[in-house]
Write a protein of this length. Sequence first.
Length: 129
Amino acid sequence: MLGRPYGLKMGVVLAAPLMATAARHLLSAEFDGMVRLWPERPGFRCLGLTLAIALAPVVAFASAFRRAEVVTPGTSGAGAGVAMGLSAGVLVDLWCPVAYLPHLLLGHLLPVVLLGVAGSLLGRRLLAM
């Protein structure tokens, strides 16, 4: 009735982006040249594209469930932000040929973290009873 335990929800919110980034890097390492340094692609395009794809669904989610009776609105919002960030990240991963770890951290992990924080803030603001 009260949903999943807080620790489990936060564990998924924190672990999912890290696991996705590690999986992308490890899978790409199997192919020649995929994890090499690309100085002309630091990751800002991927960062912007992921944020552009996922920001509207995060705001729509928070608006749709406004004033809903949510036990942990911050955690629920963070979960939604991370989920939508990872969903947008799949599209960006299909487009982006770079798997250099600093690029992945800036362009692929950072937007998911930012969307999780934005979702948490929106959740606390809009989903609170």
